[in-house]
Design a protein around this ligand. Structure first.
Ligand code: ZN
Length: 244
């Protein structure tokens, strides 16, 4: 039987979206998971989301929000003030066990011949953003597997390197071509930013070498209400609905 792998990330404490994604993956026969990081930040259910990912026992790398939430001594000056405010709030909410787990997450990992990173492989701790093909080029120099999954921009995309050239493609289902390398952004479960508010993730079939992108509606109003009830900025609830 094919061992389907769901690759999820940028969950950002959105429990409603995470539950819908995991239910969908299970229904489709997924038995393995990989998490590209940013479990916390922006939304209002950090502990529940950490508990779920920890219980999956899957390979999970550190995102910038995870990193700055766990780094109590470090300030979050690099962040937009709204994001920094949620990081402060998350630090107050998060359990010692989850904080400890976040603190120990690696910047990158290789599992079953697949590389996993939150931002880029050329400087995982610098949190660079890859929107265009030219921005993916330096990462490919450090990618020693055919396939790497990442997140961080909250925009699903495919970056393909062949014969020294990098191309970017919008997310479409595809089969890996031998000799080509792929740096695949799985999009965001909990705060998509490509104008589509539905939760995003990918399924990889390691036998067929195929990648399948998924988009799922979830109870957005409930996630928004949780943000407001927690006293977090209203703008974060509004942008969920806009997918920005
Ligand atoms: Zn993120």
């Amino acid at each position: 039987m094919d061992q389907l792998i769901a690759i999820i990330g940028d969950i950002h404490s959105n429990l409603e979206a995470l539950n819908v994604v995991l239910d969908d993956a299970k229904t489709l026969g997924v038995t393995n998971y990989i998490c590209v990081g940013d479990i916390v930040g922006y939304n209002a259910r950090p502990n529940e989301c950490c508990d779920i990912i920890r219980n999956l026992g899957c390979v999970t790398v550190c995102g910038n929000h995870d990193h700055y939430t766990a780094a109590n001594t470090e300030d979050s000056n690099d962040f937009h003030p709204l994001a920094a405010k949620v990081i402060e709030w998350t630090r107050q909410q998060i359990s010692p066990e989850n904080l400890d787990w976040l603190r120990k997450l690696p910047y990158s990992a290789i599992i079953r011949g697949i590389t996993v990173v939150h931002s880029t492989l050329d400087g995982p701790e610098h949190w660079g953003y890859v929107f265009e093909a030219v921005e993916a080029e330096p990462s490919f120099a450090y990618q020693h597997t055919q396939l790497c999954f990442h997140g961080h921009t909250h925009v699903p995309a495919i970056f393909e390197m062949h014969a020294g050239l990098v191309n970017r493609y919008d997310p479409v289902d595809f089969r890996l071509v031998l000799g080509h390398k792929y740096f695949v952004n799985v999009g965001s479960v909990g705060q998509p930013r490509d104008g589509d508010p539905r939760a995003s993730y990918c399924i990889y079939n390691p036998i067929q070498h195929t990648i399948h992108f998924r988009r799922l509606p979830y109870d957005l109003a409930k996630a928004q209400q949780q943000i407001l009830d927690a006293g977090l900025p209203r703008h974060l609830a509004d942008r969920l609905a806009a997918g920005t």
